[in-house]
Design a protein around this ligand. Sequence first.
Ligand SMILES: O=C(O)CCC(=O)C(=O)O
Ligand SMILES: [Fe+2]
Length: 305
Amino acid sequence: MELLRTDDPAVARQQLAERGACVLCGLRPEAESTVEASLAIWGRDDLLSAPPVAEVSMAVNQPPHEPTGVPTWYSGVSREPPHPTERYDGSPGKTPPRAHSELLEPHSDGYAYGDAYPDAIVLLCAQDCEEGGETFIVDGYGVLETLESSPEHSWVVDALASREVCQGEAGRRSSVSSVAQRAPSGRTMLRNMLWVQRPNEENSPEEQRLDAEMLDAWHSAVMAAPRSHVKLAPGEALVIDNYRCFHGRTPFGKGAEGRQLWRQWVWTTDAKAVPVHDGEAGANTSNPWTITPEDAEEHVNVPKL
Ligand SMILES: O=C(O)CCC(=O)C(=O)O
Ligand SMILES: [Fe+2]
């Protein structure tokens, strides 16, 4: 599938609804553009939260950099979050470092938030590299269809919706829930996190074996699914439905040092739950899962797979 390029935010939103991803063009190649683009796509009514952008450069796991002048937390909250969620507790864990010379496998962003992971992502290119560093998308709904139509694997679809597995970082915030869920808005929510999703440690050995079998089938199907590649140019943003699509990128070649992307996580009114930044004007504190500014620093820009 070819990802559509458009400079019209309304078309981008339409594409997101129909295909789960597209490229929005004609943006300034600056960090500030990510919130502007998000506002242009969803508008103040439907954009609930857009925390500080994170810089994605050569090493995906390098500490995030927050430039001055970038809005710190978009608090255009004009209504209650769609669904509150509980606060997760946990101590720091580790994710495998990803070298720029390696392929970054398809994944969902935001595992640190548990079920309240962001429902959309805006990945804006400020500077590209000469070789490699292409971003790609896997359509998770397509993966579900493929599983469904395979006599050998159709059981996986039901299992994804009913088996509760560990989807949080080990030793950090635990998140035990099903891989496939439905948000109150009706959207199907999927997660693909190769190094994070694992059998539910509370389960019996036999149940854990079934968890593992399901996760293996799911991860294998995602890895085998078609990928739509896009080489982003400066001023272009890949807009992703993070409930539906998984993203990754090819290894960098020449000019890797210069490549720079800005990553904006977005929560819209269609999200299952929205983590709320505590203590900021306009922040909605009625959500029991309220994160403090320190928490936000640590978790909003949490190192990614
Ligand atoms: O470098 C890329 O193109 C994607 C990076 C990524 O997956 C992320 O920042 O979440
Ligand atoms: Fe990512």
